[in-house]
Design a protein around this ligand. Structure first.
Ligand code: KG4
Ligand code: ZN
Length: 344
């Protein structure tokens, strides 16, 4: 089936955004590029399993999606008849989770006879920097650090991106979460490492990977933490409990340094001095501090979205949908989600 396309493109479209790629069910209404609502239902069921269980995520999305969309419209004080298009996360993510959002979006698009827009989750994370003031002018660089991805992206316009570097193995958030797991902390451990790090000192020197170019690798840091702790526990079984704060500070330091070194290298290589953070790990206080300090000392402008727009949310999907609508980029109703798909 071909796409539904509007006869006339509106300059201030009202877009409903739907996000269901992992363990957040979210819906948002964006009018003329302004976010009117952003409802997020976080799935706490995964905590007890130490990570996201795909099957449970899909089921929770099915339970959450209707009330989340209804509340997004209610908070925006609009009804279904006001919508000009439906934007949904098409890739990447857990396929069962993506299917819930895509089926819902397609049904609404068909039922309301309005266009469907596919959004790539990673493009949306970058564009989250345009949701609120201060907004970076193009071109800008963005370090996107989430549970599933780590990328340095050059954004030339809302539709034109080049990936300059990305992780070759684990994502930055995964490295935080897996390190936390080694310390016996519950999932997701990233925010806990951040919390304990504030009370500790960087005293344990964990290996920082030496990868050429602008790519990242985090699996070596994780292994170095594991071997170090296994060795210490042999002589002091309470080593983790006795050193939790310093361990967290040292892990956070190693991960943040690795991210910042590559980001600074990208700034030097491109000469671009407007730089953004995006993704859940940009909530990390050590990364934020180091990023802002580097901006001050090395003379580049820094942008970080509000916390609610750093972690997974539909506002970034709706705003990306806004730009794609203006660009006339509409999807076929045969559109299907993809667990992995490139976006540049
Ligand atoms: O962007 P996001 O919400 O979901 C994905 O698309 O993956 O990112 C989630 C990741 C998790 O790995 C979580 O541990 C990490 O972001 N995270 C943090 C912090 N807050 C969230 N990592 C370190 N410090 C934090 N304060
Ligand atoms: Zn994400």
């Amino acid at each position: 089936m071909s796409s539904i396309t509007p006869k006339i493109l509106k300059s201030n479209p009202v877009i409903l955004g739907i996000e269901s790629s992992c363990d957040e069910t979210s819906a948002s209404v964006c009018s003329g590029g302004q976010i009117l609502s952003n409802i997020i239902a976080t799935q706490s069921i995964h905590e007890q399993y130490g990570g996201v269980v795909p099957e449970l995520a899909s089921r929770a999305h099915i339970q959450n999606i209707l009330p989340v969309v209804v509340n997004a419209l209610k908070n925006a004080q609009l009804d279904l008849g006001s919508l000009d298009a439906i934007a949904y996360t098409q890739a990447p993510g857990l396929i069962g989770a993506l299917l819930v959002g895509s089926s819902f979006a397609k049904s609404l698009s068909l039922g309301l006879n309005i266009p469907l827009i596919e959004v790539h989750h990673m493009q949306a994370h970058v564009l989250a920097n345009l949701i609120e003031e201060p907004r970076p002018a193009f071109p800008f660089l963005c370090l996107t650090v989430s549970g599933g991805h780590t990328q340095i992206v050059l954004a030339k316009s809302p539709m034109d991106f080049t990936i300059l570097g990305e992780t070759l193995d684990d994502a930055a958030g995964e490295a935080f979460d897996k390190s936390a797991k080694i310390l016996g902390l519950p999932y997701p451990g990233g925010p806990l490492i951040d919390r304990y790090a504030k009370e500790g000192k960087q005293v344990f020197p964990f290996a920082q990977p030496q990868i050429p170019d602008l790519n990242f690798s985090f699996s070596g840091i994780k292994t170095s933490i594991l071997y170090f702790i296994q060795k210490q526990i042999k002589t002091d079984p309470d080593f983790i409990t006795n050193n939790l704060q310093d361990l967290c500070a040292s892990i956070q330091y190693a991960l943040v340094e690795t991210l910042m070194k590559k980001l600074v290298k990208a700034i030097r290589q491109t000469g671009i001095r407007r730089v953004c953070l995006a993704g859940g790990v940009s909530a990390n206080s050590g990364l934020r501090k180091s990023f802002i300090r580097a901006g001050e000392t090395q003379g580049f402008e820094t942008f970080i979205p509000a916390f609610t727009y750093c972690t997974d949310n539909a506002a970034m999907i709706a705003l990306t949908g806004h730009y794609k609508y203006l660009n006339g980029s509409f999807a076929s109703l045969n559109s299907s989600p993809s667990a992995r798909a490139s976006w540049t």
